[in-house]
Ligand binder design. Structure first.
Ligand code: NAD
Length: 299
């Protein structure tokens, strides 16, 4: 902890460590399978934020040797066009992982799109199979942002086991998977959402607070229990600046550790996606295992 308050949990250095490890795995994959692992991002109707996101992903992939590209559909694309594009990627043996840029236009049903992704290539964990595996405590692909929110705690040496955690937000892509992951790490978890009564009362009891609501300034220092650990997942544009869901200055004076926005969960999210991709590639294209020696029949 510094004189001015909480320890800063920054994602950049952790992301760099992860990328170095991924680069090694990618180079082994490429050498043994004769091609680089492949990622495709499906974008329906490009806007400014999705362009920034896409460029960041493509740059991150290029740095570690992943063959990344995108499939761009016009904003007025139909549901069938999107699901056809996904089926083509599912069938493409050079594509190991697929991400669909969210949000989709309102005319396209999320459920139809999610169902069309091959769960083996679903590296952002949005297919119901992967969501179900997480719910049951098995290994599947995790939504990268939720994964990052918990991984930043683990890699910063923050104790999770047995602690009281509050997750604010219950979305299928961030809040709920973050809550399930915290349970898996043996925290006692309360999920708060837009209809929660007395949010401040829940937050005050929490030793770990994960905020994923999309509401700038939702959590302030006055709501926190002294010494709480705060993970701010929010990304909001306010007066041309990116801010989280936590009022950073007041929170850092009370918390023992806090993730900054930008520079906290965000960089880790992108690095973890790369780990998901190489895992997807290795699982779909395992190295030939040694020929099994047939068992000797005994009478
Ligand atoms: P969402 O809109 O789908 O869900 C928001 C959730 O917050 C809902 O469950 C809602 O009930 C809850 N909520 C809203 N207002 C609330 C309030 N006043 N009090 C309590 N709960 C409230 O959003 P999402 O997709 O889950 O994303 C959440 C935030 O995370 C957004 O700011 C988004 O930009 C950000 N995000 C960050 C990353 C990253 O890499 N860091 C990635 C994806 C999303």
């Amino acid at each position: 902890m510094t004189a001015s308050g909480a320890r800063l949990l920054e994602g950049g250095a952790i992301a760099e460590e992860i990328r170095t490890a991924v680069a090694e795995d990618v180079s082994t994959f490429s050498a043994t399978r004769g091609r680089a692992p492949g990622l495709r991002v499906v974008i329906v109707g490009r806007d400014a934020p999705s362009t920034v996101y896409l460029e960041r992903i493509l740059r991150g992939c290029a740095k570690v040797g992943i063959d990344a590209g995108f499939v761009e559909l016009e904003g007025e694309a139909t549901e069938a066009l999107v699901t056809d594009a996904l089926r083509a990627l599912n069938a493409d043996a050079t594509v190991d992982g697929v991400i669909v840029q969210m949000p989709l236009p309102p005319t396209i049903r999320l459920r139809a799109v999610v169902d069309a992704i091959d769960p083996a290539k679903d590296i952002d964990g949005i297919h119901p199979l992967n969501a179900g595996l997480l719910r049951l405590g098995y290994d599947g692909f995790l939504p990268a942002t939720a994964h990052a929110a918990v991984e930043i705690l683990r890699r910063s040496g923050i104790e999770i086991e047995g602690r009281d955690a509050v997750v604010i937000g219950r979305s299928a892509v961030v809040g709920m998977p973050a809550a399930f992951l915290l349970v898996r790490e043996d925290a006692t978890v309360t999920v708060c959402h837009s209809r929660t009564r007395d949010l401040a009362g829940h937050v005050r009891r929490a030793e770990i607070v994960v905020v994923a609501a999309g509401v700038p300034g939702l959590v302030t220092g006055a709501m926190l229990r002294p010494g709480a650990v705060v993970v701010d997942v929010g990304i909001n544009l306010v007066d041309g600046r990116i801010v989280g869901d936590v009022d950073f200055e007041s929170a850092r004076a009370v918390a023992s550790a806090i993730t900054p926005v930008p520079g906290g969960v965000g960089p880790l999210t992108n690095a973890l996606l790369l780990t998901h991709l190489i895992r997807a590639a290795e699982r779909q294209w395992p190295l030939q295992s040694p020929v099994a020696v047939p068992a000797i029949d005994r009478p």
